[in-house]
Structures are given as structure tokens and as C-alpha cells.
Design a protein around this ligand. Sequence first.
Ligand SMILES: [Zn+2]
Length: 212
Amino acid sequence: MPAKRSTSLWAETTPITKDVAKEGQIAHVISGWECDHCKAQSWSKDVSRLMFHLSGDVRLRRLRDADNGFTGIDVCTHVPDGVADRAKSEMMAKAAKKARKLSSSAAGQVMVSEEGDLRAERMQSTIPHLSGRDAKQIKADNSLSDLFDGHGWAHSIANGKLIRTAVKEILAVGPHYKLPSGSAMSGSILERQYEADIIEDNRILGLLGSQV
Ligand SMILES: [Zn+2]
């Protein structure tokens, strides 16, 4: 693994320092950064925070809560478009990486879903031929693509009858469809299919038997 790469986005800021003196303690200097575009200051050098600020995207303000971080900082209102685009794509790449890591946990799945919204909305607003498309459709296509790529499944599987039938039948159940767990797939579902096969085999044998 290469060493943690620092982002070129720091070039959009100027390092700043301040003395912090608490009563009864020795004063020490803390460092932070000032945005070159709007002069906002931050005393946290967290890179996600920098990306969030430079994204300049007011839609991302919804990430400003304690769970997502970014409290006490706002998106930049003076950032040039080119820098904002870089910040957003770095943010997205970082979020995607995090999402991949978290995708197995429940909290992670909520996050993946939210990142998916952002990604789909961004694609819809920046890729001209997607402007007329439904963001939900873009998000669903992205998820499917992630599913295939994440498991190394050949893209041609998407053309297959099995997956098309499964999707069609899931949609027929509606939004309350609950995807079975892996253990149900290898346990009860497999068992009931096996059971049905035996019943069917016996039925056929019975039919054959009655003809004799
Ligand atoms: Zn700024």
C-alpha cells in the first residue's frame, strides 16, 4: 500500500496558527488552515473537512451533523468551479472507499445509500445525457454495477434469464420485499426447493406407476 497520499487541495489554503492557553496549563500553539477563497478558518486539519468546505456544494450541507462530522464549518461560497469539482470528486472517491469498507454493517448500509443518492444526483447534474434521467434509476444502475464489480461477476450475467427473472419477481412483490439472508438461501430456501423437487419427482413417479 502506498503511503497516505495528501491531497493537492491543501494548495487552496494557507496554514495558520494560534496560541491556546488554558488556565493552569502551559500555552501551546495549534495549527489550522484558512481558505484562500473565502477566508474561512478551520482548526481541524481533517482532509474530509477540507474537501467538504471546498466542494462549495450547498446540497452537502445536510452532512453537517455530528454523525457525519463537518460541524462548525460550512461549504465555501467563493470556491472556483474547477477546485469545487476536484474537491467533490475526491470526496466521492473517499466516500466510495469508506462505503466499500462499511458495506457489511447496518450503519454502513445506510451510509452507502446516502452516498448513492449524492453520487446519482451529481451524475444527473454533471453528465449531460443523464439530465433527463430519474436519479433513482441512476442510483439503482450504479448499485447494480457496484454489485457486479464488487464481486467480480461478469457483466454479461446481467443479460441472463436468471437475474432478469429474479429482479422482475422482486419488483412484483413490491417495496416491502425482504432480501433473504445468506443462511436462509443456503438453508430454508434450498430445503424447500429440494422438498418441492422430491414431491414433484414422486408425483411423476406416481403418474408413471399408475400407467403400468
Ligand atoms: Zn472557502
